[in-house]
Design a protein around this ligand. Structure first.
Ligand code: HPA
Length: 233
């Protein structure tokens, strides 16, 4: 057991998919893995290990936001020897051509988070994806859909911001989407010398106000997990 994860050593696979939502972890484990067994229920942050194409893989929630995700990444890597972390989550589109259901694979993630300013004494760090995973994920994604986009993104500490136009400066400088986790994931992966990638599905658009229906979530959201499992195994 680590402080926040109830698994015994060896119960978590070297590759872990990390959706933000623990119920999505449960759903992906039950629908996509064989023989999935739950290894964590501490704080409701459900985690499962099973197999895909005969290879062990785990899926565990990370929670929302960079502080919570950082706790789990630290413990997964340092206490359970995890080597590959693939976030499968949702994001808001910042570009007009992105539609709900599109797959976005961020190469890099800008942020308004104070975490890396603290870490790097006020200087700015450029959190970057694992090129190896990114290359494989792009190939795997193209086998499943035409609608896959690679580029920069923006990770925010705030979901609800005072200024409704806050995102426009990031859109102007080419960020494809926003969410709340990837800057911390890529930073910690670099620090711990493990591989990390986010594979995101557009769930809403800040440009058009479009948001996803229950039906779209059911149909579109498994694709990101299938791409992650393709490259994990
Ligand atoms: N903002 C931040 N995080 C998100 C969003 C958003 O609009 N959509 C999905 N995750």
């Amino acid at each position: 057991m680590s402080i926040h994860i109830g698994a015994k050593k060896g119960e978590i696979a070297p590759t872990v998919l990390i959706p933000g939502d623990p119920m999505r972890a449960k759903h992906f484990a039950e629908t996509l893995l064989q023989d999935a067994a739950c290894f964590n229920q501490v704080r409701g942050m459900l985690g499962y290990t099973g197999s895909y194409n005969g290879k062990a893989v785990s899926i565990m929630g990370s929670g929302m936001g960079m502080p919570t995700l950082s706790i789990y990444i630290n413990e997964l890597v340092n206490e359970y020897d995890v080597k590959t972390l693939i976030r499968v989550g949702t994001c808001g589109a910042l570009q007009p051509y992105l539609k709900v259901g599109d797959i976005v694979i961020p190469m890099s993630s800008s942020t308004n988070s104070g975490i890396n300013r603290l870490r790097f004494n006020g200087m700015d760090y450029a959190p970057t994806a694992s090129f190896n995973l990114l290359m494989k994920a792009y190939e795997a994604a193209r086998q499943r859909t035409e609608r896959v986009f690679v580029g920069g993104m923006f990770a925010s500490d705030l979901f609800y911001q005072d200024d409704p136009e806050w995102w426009k400066i990031w859109a102007e400088y080419g960020a494809l989407v926003c969410e709340m986790e990837t800057s911390a994931l890529y930073t910690l992966a670099a620090k711990f010398k493990v591989d990390a990638l986010s594979i995101l599905t557009v769930s809403d658009s800040l440009v058009t106000g479009e948001s996803s229906s229950a039906e779209q979530r059911e149909k579109d959201f498994p694709i990101m997990a299938e791409i992650a499992l393709d490259i994990a195994t």
